[in-house]
Design a protein around this ligand. Structure first.
Ligand code: SF4
Ligand code: SF4
Length: 101
């Protein structure tokens, strides 16, 4: 059973610069990503925004494998700041999972 965390969802809403709300799941970013299907930004963002903590935790290897190269952002029709959003996810994970500030 999926466990949703309203706290995680709230933190994503409050995170400065996080703009994945505009994503409409077109998949263009994945087509351009050098890591291909190893990392699916639209899936990562959706899970985080819904507060699906277990799924976010399961995606930690993908979240930390992103190269932050921004190739995905070049043709994002919704102008989602993908790399920056992933950086925000990492920050929140570091705080929550590892107690880092
Ligand atoms: S290219 Fe932009 S709108 Fe399309 S799935 Fe990726 S983040 Fe979402
Ligand atoms: S920033 Fe991350 S998700 Fe975007 S293309 Fe580069 S490796 Fe892929």
């Amino acid at each position: 059973m999926l466990r949703a965390s309203s706290e995680l969802a709230a933190r994503m809403k409050e995170a400065e610069g996080f703009n994945a709300w505009a994503c409409f799941h077109c998949g263009t970013c994945t087509a351009l990503c050098p890591l291909g299907y190893e990392i699916l930004p639209r899936k990562l963002f959706r899970e985080a925004m819904l507060g699906l903590e277990d799924r976010v935790r399961a995606s930690i290897p993908q979240i930390f494998s992103c190269l932050l190269c921004r190739m995905c952002e070049e043709n994002c029709p919704a102008e989602v700041h993908i790399a920056e959003n992933i950086r925000t996810l990492r920050y929140l994970i570091n705080r929550q999972e590892f107690g880092l500030k």
